[in-house]
Design a protein around this ligand. Structure first.
Ligand code: C5P
Length: 429
């Protein structure tokens, strides 16, 4: 999904400490600028061994700072000036040595100095995020783990690291996240945590109802709206489970995904999960019917059908049975096991009237109506929220923006279950 404008009006101080991952920081700076942020790069001496300030200046469009003795600042205090008014300081890559410095509050170069000197609290507080990058042995070392625990306890957000191939040839934990992943983590960081610590279950995409081993019935749902809702809920601090029909979409960061094909598989995946989730958002375009029986072998044009209904010459006649209604089934769970249920209604006309009928028929507190043919497969949509109290239109926008608005609406309407811990933190890290 495009990140255009997602960091508009954000000023990011991007710190680089020494590590091969500095090459990814160049891309990260570019992603930040493309997302609308202004970027002030600060590099340690070690970082300058891996990539030049010239490259970072060109990508960020601002002079780079490398020394606390930089005379360009009138008051000679770059360690103070650079963070004042900043939206965040992001250190990527953060080396083991730099994390150790942060843990101890040492301040012997510009980057560690400005991290220590940044305002911590209140409206002027500047959050610190670090993206560790190091060899897996360095990452696993008790000293590093101690230091990471300490900076977390001090309020620093740690992004990653990921596991995988390392520049040294070893494989394991310690890789810095990729530029786009870091960008999305930062975008998520700035979202309000309206669903902090809550469990959200989402269905998305079409279902595929098999006729035989090579054929089946499906629909045009792309899954984009449901995936956007899963992402928005994770950004809002929820633990998210996404039950997805067959779609070609990447799993949003931090989201647990269960892939299914048919409506029956979707129900089987959803039911046990629904009981431990507080919120259920059913966006999947579940097939209303499925073939009454599935042929075990491909139905041949030149042979009678094999179990997919009666054959009329060489043309198989399909007969259908109704699929379970997943949303209505979840909405009938006993109180205490039943999540707050949100349904979608993809209509082509009389959108609100049909949505209101669905509200009653499915027994759910909220139906989100949209124009199905106008939105299937597209990146934009417009929604109307229909509940017992009335209607509220969410104006045309990209699906992620709408998903964030919808998540805020759901958070407002859905009271926290008594047993849910109110103190849990964001799940997107
Ligand atoms: O009336 P309709 O069944 O199309 O209602 C759509 C809503 O119900 C959507 O939220 C969809 O995900 C859900 N649904 C479902 N199981 C079905 C059919 C629809 O969960 N079998």
């Amino acid at each position: 999904m495009s990140a255009e404008g997602a960091l508009a009006n954000r000023h990011i101080v991007l710190g680089l400490s020494g590590g091969v991952a500095c090459y990814k920081a160049a891309d990260f700076a570019r992603e930040l600028v493309k997302a609308g942020a202004t970027v002030q790069v600060v590099m340690t001496e070690a970082a300058c061994q891996f990539i030049t300030p010239v490259t970072m200046q060109a990508l960020s469009n601002r002079p780079v700072y490398t020394s606390q003795w930089d005379a360009r600042e009138a008051n000679h205090m770059p360690h103070i000036n650079l963070t004042r008014g900043a939206s965040a300081v992001v250190v990527a890559p953060a080396s083991a040595d730099f994390i150790a410095k942060l843990a101890q509050g040492r301040a012997d170069d510009l980057l560690s100095l400005l991290c220590l000197a940044r305002p911590l609290a209140g409206d002027r507080g500047v959050p610190l995020l670090v993206a560790p990058a190091m060899n897996r042995e360095m990452w696993a070392h008790p000293a590093t783990q101690r230091n990471v625990a300490q900076i977390r306890a001090d309020g620093t957000t740690v992004l990653g690291p990921a596991a995988g191939d390392q520049a040294c040839g070893e494989i394991g934990d310690g890789r810095m996240l990729e530029a786009e992943e870091l960008r999305d983590e930062l975008i998520a960081f700035f979202q309000p945590k309206a669903l902090a610590g809550r469990d959200v279950l989402v269905t998305a995409g079409p279902t595929f109802e098999a006729i035989d081993p090579v054929r089946g019935i499906t629909n045009h749902s792309s899954g984009k709206m449901g995936f956007a809702i899963a992402r928005a809920a994770a950004e809002a601090g929820a633990r998210v489970t996404l039950v997805a029909g067959p779609v070609h979409l990447a799993t949003p960061r931090g989201v647990r995904r269960i892939d299914v094909q048919s409506a029956e598989q979707m129900l089987a995946a959803v039911l046990p999960e629904a009981r431990r989730h507080e919120i259920f958002v059913a966006t999947a375009a579940v097939a209303d019917w499925r073939p009454a029986s599935v042929a075990t072998q491909k139905i041949k044009k030149d042979a009678p059908s094999q179990g997919a209904g009666q054959s009329a010459g060489h043309v198989p006649a399909l007969s259908f049975v109704e699929n379970p209604d997943i949303l209505a089934t979840v909405a009938k769970l006993p109180t205490g096991e039943r999540p707050f249920c949100v349904g979608f209604a993809a209509e082509s006309h009389d959108i609100v009237r049909h949505a209101r009928a669905k509200l009653v028929r499915k027994g759910v507190p909220l139906i989100v109506a949209n124009n199905g043919p106008a939105t299937f497969g597209r990146d934009h949509n417009a929604l109307v929220l229909v509940d017992a109290a009335g209607e509220r239109a969410l104006p045309p926008s990209d699906k992620l923006t709408l998903a964030r608005l919808l998540v805020a609406e759901i958070a407002q309407r859905c009271p926290r279950r008594a047993s849910t811990p109110a103190t849990a933190t964001a799940a997107s890290a």
